[in-house]
Ligand binder design. Structure first.
Ligand SMILES: *Cc1c(COP(=O)(O)O)cnc(C)c1O
Length: 438
């Protein structure tokens, strides 16, 4: 095919016709239950990027081959500018001369989910819907996704957001944030676990008679509209490092559903200077076990201090297998390690004491992997990916570091607002009834 042909997107399960990217973004999940992937990953030349460009410029150059020829292509620079109103700085840490942190928590809800949620919202705003009734976006969240999606769609005309989160299983500040929006956003605290929330959302989305009454959509992490923009900060950081030092940059990524990590791996597949990639999981060891040689065995999630990574069945695993179809090659390519709660606690306390640095519990899993590499004598440049601001998890972090964590302005503003969440029993009919009546 020629370079001018627009890239088409098909399902990881291969059961549906290929579609242009705007249709894949509008749909979220492919109709056969698979995940949308491009028919091939394009190749990019590092020299094609403006050496003085901002994150927005890098994102527009990076993503253009994915959108070229599509209805959204002309709008792509505006979409990137609207979504990425905050930076993703690469900061040198005092722990070691070659240790850096890619800080992804400077958005409105202080976690990296803001990049994907805002990009998806900016795309959906521009896509025709063919239904004049308001669209209700359902989000099941283990903590950070719900707030990012709510913030991205807050006060948008003709859109409602309904968030389901497991009552008592998100941090107190996460809960406050989820309930503080009001207007077109409703928070439902479900008497159950994250898996229950996810099952209730899926049941509602698959309920044709409910959909006929009330058009529903989802904004979960399997949407290409959330995955693709996450490549931008890896590309921007790696290109900046490469221009200055002439070497690729290695990354350690805290991982749950594999969305953030896959974005990093895809940037390397595009031909940009990303070096080695290591993944840090919490005690949920589905991926670590697989990479240690076991059969892939999804399981129920267990609760940990890094709650946004409490995932037993990583939803992007299908995309990882699509990207690296040779299993032996995939297992050689990636190192994935499990980090338990005791180690998270120790890592947070050690870095606060030795270097005055404070991380969120998710970021601490990645920091632990790098601590081990340094202890083994590795002196290469590594960026630990900082996925959330520690102030979101102050009830875990502050007792370990022994002092209050400064609260970013956006989070402080949300915490100053009233918060409200309606209780809901964990069953498919309760959500159906709620949606019919509200
Ligand atoms: C969502 C999240 C993760 C996990 O990201 P995945 O893309 O699901 O792997 C890690 N840390 C934080 C703070 C998160 O919110």
């Amino acid at each position: 095919m020629s370079a001018a042909d627009p890239l088409q997107y098909h399902s990881t399960r291969g059961g549906v016709p290929a579609v242009p990217i705007s249709q894949a973004i509008a749909a979220g999940l492919a109709p056969d239950g698979g995940l949308y992937v491009p028919e091939r990953l394009p190749t990019l030349d590092p020299a094609a990027f403006d050496p003085h460009g901002s994150l927005v410029d890098t994102a527009a150059t990076l993503l253009m081959p994915f959108f070229a020829g599509d209805a959204l292509a002309d709008e792509l620079p505006a979409i990137c500018a609207e979504a990425f109103t905050f930076d993703a700085p690469l900061r040198a840490l005092p722990a070691h001369p070659a240790t850096l942190m890619l800080e992804l928590f400077h958005g409105p809800t202080s976690a990296f989910k803001d990049f994907g949620a805002r990009f998806l919202a900016a795309c959906l705003r521009r896509l025709p819907r063919g239904d004049a009734r308001p669209l209700t976006i359902l989000v099941a969240t283990s903590g950070d996704t719900g707030a990012a999606v709510a913030a991205a769609f807050h006060r948008q005309p003709n859109v409602n957001v309904v968030i389901l989160y497991p009552d008592g299983l998100v941090s107190p500040r996460q809960a406050h944030q989820l309930g503080c929006f009001g207007d077109n956003v409703t928070a439902l605290r479900v008497a159950g676990r994250f898996d229950d929330c996810q099952r209730m959302v899926k049941a509602a989305l698959n309920d044709a008679s409910l959909q006929a009454q009330r058009p529903l959509s989802s904004a979960n992490s399997i949407s290409l509209g959330r995955l693709l923009p996450q490549m931008s900060y890896y590309a921007h950081a790696a290109l900046g490092w490469w221009r200055e030092h002439g070497t690729p940059l290695n990354f350690v990524v805290p991982t749950g559903n594999l969305g953030n990590a896959l974005a990093c791996l895809w940037v390397r597949e595009l031909g940009l200077p990303v070096g080695e990639v290591r993944l840090a999981c919490n005690a949920n060891a589905t991926l670590p076990d697989y990479f240690a040689g076991a059969e892939y065995a999804p399981r129920d999630a267990i609760a940990t201090l890094a709650n946004a990574m409490d995932v037993g069945a990583p939803s992007n695993f299908e995309r990882l297998r699509w990207t690296f179809p040779d299993e032996a090659h995939l297992r050689r390519l990636l190192r994935v390690q499990s980090v338990d709660d005791a180690t998270i606690r120790r890592t947070l306390a050690d870095h606060a004491r030795a270097h005055g640095e404070v991380f969120c519990p998710h970021t601490a899993t990645a920091m632990h992997l790098l601590d081990q590499l340094r202890a083994d004598g590795d002196a290469a440049p590594w960026a630990v990916v900082g996925t959330a601001h520690p102030a979101k998890f102050e009830s875990v972090v502050e007792p370990l570091v022994g002092h209050p964590v400064e609260v970013p302005a956006a989070l402080a503003a949300m915490l100053a607002r009233d918060t409200r969440a309606e209780p809901l029993a964990a069953s498919d009919t309760t959500l159906r009834d709620w949606l019919m009546l509200s």
